[in-house]
Design a protein around this ligand. Sequence first.
Ligand code: AMP
Length: 283
Amino acid sequence: MKKITTVVELRQLVTDWKLAGRRIAFVPTMGNLHQGHLSLVSKAKERADKVIVSIFVNPLQFDDNADLSAYPRTIETDIQQLISVECDAVFMPTAEIMYPEGMDGQTVITVPGMEDKLCGQARPGHFDGVATVVAKLFNMVQPDVAVFGEKDYQQLLLVKKMVADLNLPLEIIGLPTYREASGLAMSSRNQYLTEQQRKKASSIYRILNEVKAKLEKGDSDFGALEQNSIKELQQLGFVPDYVDIRQAGNLEPAKTSDKTLRILLAARIGKARLIDNIACNLD
Ligand code: AMP
């Protein structure tokens, strides 16, 4: 596996592969890799001849400096894991390489309709930071296809909209959330949990599924379903940001006539802010 840190090296590798007619898949990550990330790499391998993974803890998408400095960095084990799934190249730029003018001098991409809802509301500037770094990485890697997780569902929709709105020439694939046996969505942030908090965190998936079951039975009092889930989370010791039933395609608040829904949840416990979501199709 090639280990790359500069844009010049990356462009040379990509040019060589393209001249040889290779199709390139790209998986952007912030490292601290787990089975969820590796499932994206496996899908990427199915869809292309060469797979590039990036590892970059993007300061532009953190609204909290303590959160940024605490974010787990495990580059050596990440590299070993990528070798084990036969990734072709890993791109590990520094912040200086990604933002040579500093973050204040960086042109920023805003995808409309995302900053003002759900995680956008809870984390000001977060999605501008995500859109900007993903656009820069797409321009550096020039992939034919890029793979993202549904775990970050709002991020996936944001990337799809950016690609459509800016006519970027690549395909975006979303993959289902990889979970632990308890139902807990795998996440780098799970490391912040104590054993007891981790047990409680498995309730997140159960609560999402309870809301889904009630919707499927015809309950359409979305407000009450959301509020009951919030109370349940609070009783478990979480500080919930939101539990929301939304239209799956654009994350606008769901109406009773909507059939394709997404149930999304974000809650804090201890040092961790956990997010999860599931689909709910009422057809
Ligand atoms: P991150 O390193 O957390 O920024 O995530 C990098 C990519 O992995 C994003 O596309 C995430 O949505 C995806 N991802 C993170 N956790 C999971 C998971 N449990 N299952 C599937 N994909 C995931």
